[in-house]
Every structure is written in structure tokens, then in C-alpha cells.
Design a binder for this molecule. Structure first.
Ligand code: ADP
Ligand code: MG
Length: 739
């Protein structure tokens, strides 16, 4: 059934051609038990490998059941081996990390049997080779003779007509050796068994034929016992390929099979996952820090702030506030928001103290925040707050400021004007977090609604265009207020000679026009008085004409009505930066024109370039990580070469081996990913005290999915690369390397 006609085998090695054997003519039949002997290097192993389909041949023709094989491809030989040949080796080639049972199960699963139907068969085979009681023992724990018996059972499991054994007793003591030979001779009854041996006496009693090889040629070929020729050909059962479920079973078994290998690969993948996710998060964090690192000259640069106006330019009402507050992510609404962007200065009557800072709504503080005093209870009462380390007036006896009256100062901040406010409470801030404004010794002044309205009116005044029309002529004088000016009247400086030609301006009608980005309004007044540097004291109770002369004075109530903050504009502060643009969208949907303050920040322009550079860096890092991971896993998997070589010997195709490797790596990488998720969760619940805050902050569902996909893709690519390397060498080379 197996015939060689003038077959020759050469080895090509770095340009050197060696002959394995040449011009061999042999024919083998079922029922024969053939022993091949000869000196070392005479070509015995080479011959067996060619007969097994493990090595190719260069000349002549090998026939199996009369079919030529010289045109066979690697795939054809895979099929040939699965159909016809089982091998037994001197070094057993068993999977050491599997149990005896699993070793035999492996060959059966690879040949398409299902898990249930193999059980009885395996037990029967193990009994046949007298290894049943070791069925759950790991192969690594067996003696040489026991291993070889398992190898024989495995060879029988495939039910091939040919068994080829290369020095099967070479590493066994004579007692075990003779048992193995007996077993093989028993099997040879309905098979073709070919063995190579150094020790012909050992097999003499059993073999039916003896072949002596010398220098790559057959020196002698003697038939010792004639075998019954009736069974010339053998019909092979058509084999199936391994089912997907069994591939997964084996792949998962292999993943956990060798504990150190499993733990090492697990650690490598964990490293990979943490490296990817922390690189991603730190990148995001950098981007975020850059984005809030900007500033804007005109606005209070709070990156969580959105300025909003209504599209129809009307005032905000309670319903609007409700709708805005209903948006998830809105922290608070700042009504007098122009006050966010301007600072004011105050001074005491004796000019000893000078306080500078922003005014804020008293609702932002609580009584328990106070270090001294109490909360304000009227328009003219305020709480001041400042850093006790950086603020000159608060660092030493801050209580001296308590109950002090302070007055707003004029536009040049040189002199006290306007109203007086009483400091009823003081907050001393801790210097724990560095703040530029605190460092400058700035204050915050907290007051009630009326207090805020006063300052917002002053602010709108500053931002407004003010025009007077007298006798159809336009003038542009600034205005001031005093409760000594009656309603409907205005007092002007008599030095305004363009109005008061020939002291003629009294009783003139004056139309006051106010224009700003929010509204325009008009007030009709009559000029009833003029003042000069002496009469100003009597008329307006003002001492320092030099500072506050050259204005038009009107009634204070009318002034505040004119510049009242009509809530045409508000600011919305969001809870978290991540809410910013979503909240902005929802504000737009409510019919608001918005300005996201963060978008107005000045950037240096290198940001975009840096961004591009970072993307490259990220891709580079991923590639580097891939190669690092691949390199380490390759090292770890080196010990797996034998395993995959054994798979091929047992008839597994390249595709199946590749699948098994992929499943093995995907199992471990998925498990690493689950452990990663577990670590994240335990950290979030405070069980693990790890510093992963930045990482967790930037990882959402999308990121978790992407990280899983990257990890999976990487382990898949690694398995492909590794498989390619594994199959680059022929089976025999892999085995030779490992032996
Ligand atoms: P034996 O098994 O009888 O000891 P081998 O079949 O191993 O002999 O070797 C036969 C000849 O082929 C020897 O000359 C040996 O050096 C050569 N040979 C065997 N394997 C290789 C190989 N992989 N590459 C090159 N030469 C080889
Ligand atoms: Mg040999």
C-alpha cells in the first residue's frame, strides 16, 4: 500500500546540499512490522519523515494506495497524515501540561470527534496500553515508559493504517522497552508498523522484516516472516475537521493550562490596557488643561460660564429662569452678570484703607463661613472676604475692619464718592489653593439685591453712551446722581459754556438719551440750577469740586431707573466642563443667543499643531506598545512552539492551529480587560485605594468599548504574527529545534 520508487531526499542548508538518502526502492504492506536499523546518519529518520509526510522528497515517486504524491502540496500532505499516518517519537512529543486523558482527547477532537463520543474510546485505548489508572495524571509526572505508552495510545486513537516510530525505545530502560515493542507488534496485526531502532536484538523476536540502511541507501532488506497479503489496501474513514465549539474548548484550556504562562500573558495585557487608557486620559486631561488655561481681557474667565441673551431681546422672566434651571448640568444663574467682569474700589473716610475687588450676591455665602460679625440685613450692609495671608488689611487684626464704613471711589479711584457701606461681617479665606486674585490681595464684597443693583447700574452707566439734546443740539456730558436734585430736574456745571452761553441755560429742556448693547431709554428733564466750585457745597453737599465737578447731576431714583439692570443678559454656570456644550445647545434650543466664555479665550495658536503632534505621538505609542507586547508574548510563547508542532503532527491544519492560538490569546486578553474593569470599579467604590482619578474621569462607555476593541485587535494581530512565525519553519524543523 505504501511504495517508494527511486526516491531521494536532499537537504538545502545555507547553500550546502546534503543527501538525506538516495534512490530508495521499497514497498510496505498492511500487517508488516518493519524494523529499520543502520549507523547513525545513514538516513533512517529522514526516510521515516518522508514516509510520514512530515518532510518532502525531491526525486522519485512515493505512492499511497497507488496514488502518486510527488505533486502534493503542504495541504495535501496534511490530509495524507491525517488519513494514513500516526507517529511515535523517541522524545514522545506529548503535551506535558495536559493530563494523559487530555492528550488523547486532543487528537480525537482535532479529528472532528465530539467531546461526548470520545470518552469511551479514550478509556478503551488507555486500558489497551495499561495506562487507565493514570488517566488524570499530568504527562510531565510520568516515567519514560509510561509516556511512550500514552504516545502509542494516542497513535492508535487516530485509527490510521500506518504507525511510524523513530527509535521509540531509545530513551527507555530495557524492561519498558520490551513491553513497548510487544505492544507495537500486537498492533501490527492489522496495520503497517515501521520502527527505527539501534537495538535489533530487542525487536528481533517480533518484527516481520528487517531493513539495514547505510549512507543513505538500503543495504539489506530481509523478510523474516511472511505476512498475509490479503489486505492489500486499506479503506480510511473520512475524517472531519474540529468543530468550532471544540476549538474554543481547547483554546480556553490552553489559556489556563500553564499557570506561569497564563499569569505572565495576563500581566502583559493588563499593562497594555492600563498603558492605553492612561495615555488616553492624560492626553484628554492635557487638552482640558490647555482649554481652560486661556483668558479673556473683557470677561471674568470662568471656563464654566456661558453668557446668554434672549433672541427676541426681551427681559428674562421667572419662566425663563425655571426653564434654564431645569437643564441638567446647570449649576446656577447669575442675574447681574455684568458685575462678574468689573471690579470696584472702596475707601474709608480717613483715607487709611483702600479695598479693591468684585461685588457678589450674598446668597453665595453662609453665616457659618463668617470669621467675624454677621450677615448683611439691609442694602448698605456688606460682608467682605479676602485671603488672610495675602491680604494686607486682613493679615493683622482684621477685626479692625468690622463695622467700618467704606465708600465707593470715583472712576479714577482717587476719591470717595457716592454711597457708604458698612462692613458687618468678615470672611478669612484659607490660602490652601493658590489663586492669582487672592494673591493680589483682592476682596470680594457680598451684599443683597439692592446692593448689586446699585453696582450694576454704575457698570451699565460706564458701558453706555450718554447724550443730551438741548435746543436740537447734541452734548456728551457724564451724569451723576444726588438725592438733593428733585425729580424731573438737572443741575449742570456753569462752566459748560457751550450750553450755558450768557448764563442762559437755566430752564432749558434737556432730553437725556441712554444707549447700550441691551437697551435705549430716554428721560426728559429741565435744567433748573447751575453750580460752581463754591455753590456745589450748598446745592449738592459736595466738598471736592475738583474731583466731581464737570457733571450733570440728576435725581438718584431717576438715575437708577435709567441704568437699572433689566436682566437682558445673564450668565449660566455649569456643574462640569463636560456639560458645557450640551448645556449650551439646550440654551440655544430655548431661544437664547449664547457665548461660551471658554471659546473667547486667547490661545497661542500652537495648540492645533500640538494637537496634531499628540495624535502622531498617540499612534506611535500604540505601535510601540504593540511591538513591546508582541515581543514579550513571543518570549512567553516560545515554550508553546512544541505544542503547536505536536498539533501538526497530530494532523491539525495551519488554520486550526492559528485559531487555537487566537482563541487562547483572546481569552487571556478579555480576562485582563475584565480585571481592568474590576480594578476601576473597586477604585470607584473606594475598595481599592488607587490613584486613578484622572483616568476614570475621562473614560466613558465609548472609551471602554474602544479600549476593549484595541486590546482585542492587538491580541489578534499578535496571534497572527506569531502563527506566521510558527509556520515559517517546517514541522520537522520546529520539532528538531525543540528536541
Ligand atoms: P539517522 O536517523 O539514520 O541517524 P538522519 O536521517 O538523521 O540519519 O540523517 C541522514 C543524513 O541527513 C545525515 O547525513 C544528516 O547529517 C543529514 N541531515 C539530517 N537532517 C538534516 C537537516 N535538517 N539538515 C541538513 N542535513 C540533515
Ligand atoms: Mg535518527
Amino acid at each position: 500500500m505504501l511504495k517508494l520508487k527511486n526516491v531521494a531526499k536532499f537537504y538545502y542548508n545555507k547553500g550546502l546540499i546534503t543527501s538525506g538518502f538516495s534512490k530508495i526502492n521499497l514497498e510496505f504492506k498492511i500487517g508488516e512490522f518493519v524494523a529499520i536499523t543502520g549507523a547513525s546518519g545513514s538516513g533512517k529518520s529522514t526516510l521515516l519523515n518522508v514516509l510520514s509526510g512530515l518532510d518532502s522528497y525531491e526525486e522519485g515517486e512515493m505512492y499511497i494506495n497507488g496514488e502518486e504524491t510527488s505533486h502534493y502540496t503542504e495541504k495535501d500532505f496534511e490530509e495524507y497524515r491525517r488519513k494514513y499516518v500516526s507517529n511515535i517519537f523517541q522524545n514522545f512529543n506529548l503535551v506535558n501540561s495536559y493530563t494523559v486523558y487530555q492528550n488523547i482527547e486532543l487528537v480525537l477532537l482535532l479529528n472532528g470527534y465530539n467531546k461526548k463520543e470520545v470518552k469511551d474510546k479514550i478509556i478503551e485505548l488507555l486500558k489497551k496500553v495499561d495506562m487507565y489508572k493514570f488517566k488524570n495524571t499530568k504527562v510531565s509526572k510520568l516515567s519514560g515508559g509510561q509516556k511512550q505508552r500514552v504516545a502509542i495510545a494516542r497513535a492508535l486513537a487516530k485509527e490510521t493504517p500506518i504507525i511510524i516510530a523513530d527509535e521509540p525505545t531509545g530513551s527507555l530502560d530495557s524492561n519498558s522497552a520490551s513491553k513497548i515493542i510487544q505492544l507495537l507488534s500486537y498492533l501490527a496485526k492489522d496495520k503497517l508498523v515501521i520502527i527505527v531502532t539501534h537495538n535489533f536484538e530487542q525487536v528481533e523476536k517480533y518484527v516481520t522484516r528487517k531493513i539495514i540502511m547505510n549512507d543513505g541507501k538500503v543495504l539489506e532488506d530481509v523478510t523474516l516472516t511472511k505476512v498475509n497479503n490479503s489486505k492489500k489496501d486499506i479503506v480510511c474513514n473520512d475524517f472531519k475537521t474540529i468543530s468550532n465549539i471544540n476549538k474554543i474548548r481547547l483554546g480556553i484550556r490552553n489559556a489556563f493550562n500553564i499557570k506561569t504562562k497564563f499569569l505572565l500573558i495576563l500581566a502583559v495585557f493588563l499593562f497594555l490596557i492600563f498603558a492605553i487608557s492612561s495615555e488616553y486620559s492624560f492626553n484628554k486631561n492635557d487638552e482640558y488643561l490647555e482649554s481652560i488655561d486661556g483668558y479673556n481681557y473683557y470677561f471674568d474667565s470662568n471656563p464654566k460660564r456661558i453668557i446668554a441673551k434672549k433672541e427676541n431681546k426681551t427681559e428674562f422672566n421667572e419662566l425663563d429662569y425655571q426653564n434654564i434651571n431645569n437643564i441638567i448640568g446647570v449649576n446656577n444663574i447669575i442675574k447681574h452678570d455684568t458685575l462678574l467682569d468689573v471690579a470696584f474700589s472702596f475707601g474709608d473716610k480717613n483715607d487709611e484703607y483702600y479695598l479693591y475687588g468684585h461685588v457678589r450676591d450674598v446668597v453665595n455665602i453662609k453665616a457659618e463661613d463668617l470669621s467675624y460679625g454677621r450677615m448683611p440685613s439691609s442694602k448698605n450692609e456688606i460682608v467682605i472676604s479676602g485671603n488672610k495671608d495675602y491680604n494686607y488689611f486682613l493679615s493683622d487684626h482684621p477685626e479692625k475692619l468690622l463695622n467700618m464704613e467704606i465708600l465707593t471711589r470715583n472712576d479714577y479711584q482717587e476719591i470717595n464718592t457716592g454711597e457708604a457701606f458698612k462692613i458687618v461681617g468678615i470672611i478669612l479665606e484659607e490660602s490652601s489653593n493658590y489663586d492669582f486674585l487672592n494673591y493680589m490681595g483682592n476682596f470680594t464684597f457680598y451684599g443683597n439685591d439692592e446692593f448689586l443693583e446699585y453696582f450694576s447700574a454704575k457698570t451699565i452707566d460706564t458701558y453706555s453712551t450718554i447724550k443730551q439734546i438741548i435746543n436740537n443740539k447734541d452734548y456728551n456730558y457724564l451724569i451723576r446722581f444726588s438725592n438733593l436734585v428733585p425729580k424731573g430736574e438737572a443741575y449742570i456745571d456753569e462752566t459748560f459754556s457751550d450750553i450755558c452761553k450768557d448764563d442762559n441755560c437755566k430752564n432749558e429742556d434737556m432730553q437725556l438719551n441712554i444707549n447700550n448693547i441691551y437697551y435705549s431709554s430716554t428721560l426728559n428733564l429741565k435744567i433748573t440750577n447751575t453750580y460752581n466750585n463754591t455753590s456745589i457745597k450748598k446745592l449738592l453737599n459736595i466738598d471736592n469740586y475738583e474731583m466731581v465737578g464737570n457733571y450733570i447731576y440728576i435725581n438718584d431714583e431717576e438715575y437708577f431707573n435709567l441704568f437699572k439692570d433689566k436682566n437682558y443678559q445673564i450668565s449660566i454656570i455649569v456643574n462640569d466642563d463636560t456639560d458645557l456644550y450640551r448645556v449650551n445647545n439646550e440654551l440655544n434650543n430655548l431661544g437664547l443667543d449664547t457665548l461660551v466664555i471658554k471659546d473667547t479665550f486667547y490661545s497661542t495658536g500652537t495648540k492645533e499643531i500640538m494637537g496634531l503632534f499628540k495624535d502622531f505621538l498617540m499612534i506611535g505609542l500604540l505601535i510601540a506598545l504593540f511591538f513591546i507586547t508582541h515581543f514579550i508574548i513571543k518570549l512567553i510563547l516560545k515554550s508553546r512552539n512544541t505544542y503547536y508542532a505536536i498539533l501538526r503532527i497530530l494532523g491539525s491544519s495551519r488554520k486550526v492551529s492559528k485559531h487555537l492560538l487566537t482563541i487562547e490569546l483572546l481569552t487571556v486578553s478579555s480576562l485582563s480587560y475584565l480585571i481592568f474593569l474590576g480594578i476601576i470599579m473597586l477604585t470607584q467604590y473606594g475598595v481599592l485605594k488607587l490613584n486613578l482619578t484622572t483616568m476614570i474621569k475621562y473614560l466613558g462607555l465609548k472609551e471602554y468599548i474602544i479600549i476593549y476593541l484595541i486590546t482585542t485587535l492587538m491580541s489578534y494581530l499578535i496571534s497572527l504574527r506569531y502563527a506566521r512565525k510558527l509556520f515559517k519553519d517546517s514541522t520537522m524543523n520546529t520539532i528538531r529545534e525543540e528536541v
